[in-house]
Design a binder for this molecule. Structure first.
Ligand SMILES: Nc1ncnc2c1ncn2[C@@H]1O[C@H](COP(=O)(O)OP(=O)(O)OP(=O)(O)O)[C@@H](O)[C@H]1O
Length: 597
C-alpha cells in the first residue's frame, strides 16, 4: 500500500477542521485558559514562601491561589465540553458529507472499492476520527504552549535551572517527533489491512452458502488471517514505538526533576536563589509533567485519527458524476445539439420533445481500455425491446449508458431526441426506471419496497402494479399485507417474488422508459409469461428495454436486438430474426427443446 506523507495528513486535517475554525479557536482558548491558571499557581506559591520569609500577610497569595484553582477547573470543564461537542458535530457533518459524496459519485468509482474497505472507511475509520482527532489536536496545540510558558516563567525565576529543563526536554521532544512519524505510518498500514480483513468478512457474509458449498472456508479464513496478521504486525510496531515514546517522556520528566533538585539545592546553598524560587521551579516541572505525559497519548491518538481521516477523505475527493472527468466526444458526432457549458456542467434541463425513443448512434465504450461496445447504433420505441446476446456482449453496459452510470467514449445517446449529456442527471433519471440484475429491495416492507421511487403514495396504483406483476394474491394472503417485512435487500422473500416486487417498483415510477436487466430470470415460466403479458399490455406507451436470456421475452417483444462483441448483429421481430443463423443458434442454446425451424 501507499503510505501518505505527513503533509497529506496535515492537509486532510486542515480541510476538515477549517470549517469550524471559530469554534475550534474557542476550544483552544478555553484549554489555554485552564493551563494558564495552572501555570500561575507556582508564582502564587512562591509569593506564599516569600511572604513567610518576610513575615508579610499570607491572605492575598492564598486567596489568589484559590481563585486560580477555581478558574482552572472552570476553564477545564468548559474546554472539555466544547471539545467533545465540536467532535460530535464535525464527525456528524463528515459522515453526512461522505454519504452524499458516495451517492453523487460514479457507480464505477464506488464499485472500484472492495465493499469491506468502503464499510471500514465509513464506520470504523469515521469512529476513530470522532474519538481521537479533535481532543488530540487540542492537546497537541495547547501543551507545547503550556510548556513554553512554564519554561519562560522558569527563565525569569532562574535562567540556569531553566536551561537544565530546556536541554533535557528538548532531547526528549526530538525523539518523540521521530517516533510520531513512524507511529503514523504503521497506524495507517494497520488500518488498511483491517479494512481488507473486514472485506473478507463482508464477502463471506454476502455469499455464505456459496463459500460453504465450494468448501472454501479454509481459503477465506487464510485470507482473513493474512490481513489480520499484517494489521497485527503493524499494530505491534505501533505499540513498540508508543512504549518507547512513553518511556522517553517519563525518563525526561523524572530526570529533569532530579537534576533540577540537585542543581537547585546547590544554588540554594550558595544563595544564588531563594527557597521560593526552588519550590516554584520544582512545581513548574511537576505542572508541565502531566500535560507532557498526556501529549504522548495525544500524539498516538492523532496519528491514528489522521490515518483514519485520510482514508475517509479519499471518499470525499471522489469526483461528482455531474462533472464527468473526460469530455465525451458525442457532441462532435451528431445532431447539431449545443455543446455542454464550458465548466462541464449540463445546461438546466434541456427540453424533451414528444418523440418517444431511445437512440444510440455510433456509441463506443471501453472498460479498462478494452472495447466493450464498438460503434453501437440502435433505437428503442414504446413497447418491449428485448436485448439478447451471448454473455459479455455488452448488454448490461448498454443499460448503464442509458442512465449515465458510465459515459461513452464516442457517439451519442438520445432520449426523445435530446442528447442525454445535455440533460441534468436527475432529469434524465426521472424519465427512466431500472431493475438491476440482483433486484435488491430497498425498504423494510412490501409497501416501502414498491413505493421506493414513487413520487406519491397512491395505494390504488400500488395494488394495480402488484396485479400486473402477479403478486396481488400473495400480498393479500400475508397477515400484514403491504406491511409484510421483506428483510434486508429482500432476503425474506423468494428470488422470483423479489424480482416481481422490483419490477412493480419500476412500474410505479412514472417514466418514459423502463430498463430491466434479466429481471425475470428467477421466475417460473407461467409467472414470467403473466408478467411479460401484463408489461406489454399495460405499458404500450413506455419504452421497455429488457436484457434477457429468456426466449419467452424475446418471443413477445415488439423488437429484438441481438448484440455480439459490442455491435448489433441482428434486429427485428423474433419471427424475422429466426432467419438469422446466429440468433437461431442463441435461441437453441437457451432452450434446445424450442422449435426454431
Ligand atoms: N466495471 C467494469 N470494469 C471492467 N470491465 C467491465 C465492467 N463492467 C463490464 N465489464 C466487461 O465488459 C464486458 C461487457 O459486460 P456486460 O456486463 O455489459 O455484458 P453482458 O452482455 O451484460 O453480459 P451477461 O449476459 O453475462 O450479463 C464484459 O467483458 C465485462 O467483463
Amino acid at each position: 500500500m501507499t503510505v501518505q506523507s505527513p503533509d497529506t495528513s496535515r492537509r486532510a486535517l486542515w480541510s476538515w477542521i477549517s470549517s469550524y475554525k471559530w469554534t475550534f479557536s474557542g476550544v483552544l482558548l478555553l484549554g489555554l485558559g485552564a493551563q494558564t491558571a495552572g501555570l500561575a499557581q507556582p508564582l502564587a506559591t512562591k509569593a506564599i514562601f516569600d511572604s513567610l520569609a518576610t513575615d508579610a500577610s499570607l491572605f492575598l497569595p492564598i486567596a489568589i491561589l484559590l481563585a486560580l484553582a477555581v478558574f482552572g477547573l472552570t476553564f477545564n470543564y468548559f474546554g472539555e465540553y466544547a471539545s467533545g461537542r465540536l467532535s460530535e458535530r464535525a464527525s456528524r457533518d463528515l459522515r453526512s458529507a461522505v454519504l452524499r459524496r458516495i451517492l453523487a459519485s460514479r457507480v464505477g468509482q464506488i464499485e472500484g472499492f472492495p465493499s469491506g474497505d468502503l464499510l471500514s472507511r465509513t464506520s470504523s475509520d469515521m469512529r476513530l476520527v470522532q474519538q481521537t482527532a479533535i481532543p488530540a489536536l487540542v492537546d497537541i496545540l495547547v501543551v507545547p504552549l503550556t510548556v513554553l510558558a512554564g519554561v519562560t516563567f522558569m527563565l525569569i525565576i532562574d535562567p540556569v535551572l531553566a536551561l537544565v529543563v530546556i536541554v533535557v526536554l528538548g532531547v526528549a521532544t526530538v525523539a518523540q517527533y521521530l517516533l510520531f512519524q513512524q507511529i503514523a505510518t504503521y497506524t495507517e498500514v494497520a488500518q488498511d489491512h483491517l479494512g481488507r480483513a473486514t472485506g473478507v468478512v463482508n464477502r463471506v457474509l454476502l455469499a455464505l452458502r456459496t463459500v460453504k458449498s465450494a468448501r472454501t472456508e479454509g481459503r477465506e479464513a487464510a485470507e482473513f488471517d493474512r490481513h489480520a496478521g499484517a494489521a497485527f504486525r503493524a499494530g505491534v510496531r505501533v505499540a513498540r514505538r508508543q512504549a518507547l515514546t512513553d518511556t522517553t517522556t517519563y525518563a525526561a520528566v523524572d530526570l529533569t526533576f532530579l537534576i533540577v533538585l540537585a542543581v537547585g539545592a546547590l544554588r540554594l546553598s550558595t544563595g544564588a536563589i531563594g527557597i521560593g524560587d526552588l519550590v516554584a521551579i520544582l512545581l513548574y516541572v511537576i505542572i508541565i509533567q502531566e500535560p507532557l505525559e498526556s501529549l504522548v497519548g495525544s500524539i498516538t491518538e492523532l496519528a491514528t485519527g489522521l490515518a483514519a481521516l485520510r482514508r475517509v477523505m479519499v471518499l470525499l475527493r471522489l469526483p461528482s458524476e455531474e462533472h464527468p472527468p473526460a469530455v465525451v466526444e458525442h457532441s462532435r458526432t451528431a445532431n447539431g445539439l449545443p455543446p455542454a457549458a464550458a465548466d462541464g456542467r449540463a445546461p438546466p434541463s434541456a427540453a424533451v420533445s414528444l418523440r418517444r425513443e431511445i437512440e444510440f448512434s455510433g456509441v463506443w465504450l471501453a472498460h479498462d481500455e478494452r472495447p466493450v461496445l464498438r460503434g453501437l447504433t440502435m433505437r428503442a420505441r414504446p413497447g418491449l425491446t428485448a436485448v439478447v446476446g451471448p454473455s459479455g456482449a455488452g448488454k448490461t453496459s448498454t443499460l448503464s449508458l442509458i442512465q449515465r452510470f458510465v459515459d461513452p467514449d464516442r457517439g451519442a445517446i438520445r432520449l426523445n431526441g435530446t442528447d442525454i449529456h445535455q440533460m441534468r442527471l436527475s432529469e434524465l433519471r426521472k424519465h427512466i426506471s431500472y431493475v438491476q440484475q440482483e433486484a435488491p429491495l430497498l425498504g423494510e416492507t412490501i409497501r416501502e419496497a414498491v413505493c421506493y421511487s414513487a413520487t406519491d403514495l397512491d395505494e390504488r396504483r400500488m395494488w394495480q402494479v402488484l396485479e400486473w406483476v402477479g403478486l396481488v394474491e400473495w400480498v393479500a394472503d400475508q397477515p400484514a399485507g403491504l406491511d409484510t417485512p421483506v428483510g434486508e435487500g429482500g432476503v425474506r422473500v423468494s428470488g422470483g417474488q423479489r424480482q416481481r416486487l422490483a419490477v412493480a417498483r419500476a412500474l410505479l415510477q412514472d417514466g418514459a422508459a423502463i430498463l430491466l436487466d434479466e429481471a425475470t430470470s428467477q421466475l417460473d415460466p407461467p409467472n414470467e409469461q403473466r408478467l411479460v403479458d401484463s408489461l406489454v399490455r399495460h405499458n404500450r406507451d413506455r419504452i421497455i428495454i429488457a436484457v434477457t436470456h429468456r426466449p419467452s421475452l424475446a418471443v413477445q417483444a415488439d423488437q429484438v436486438i441481438m448484440l455480439m462483441d459490442g455491435v448489433v448483429c441482428a434486429s427485428g421481430t423474433h419471427a424475422e430474426m429466426l432467419t438469422n443463423p446466429a440468433y437461431r443458434k442463441l435461441i437453441s442454446n437457451w432452450n434446445p427443446q424450442l422449435d426454431v425451424s
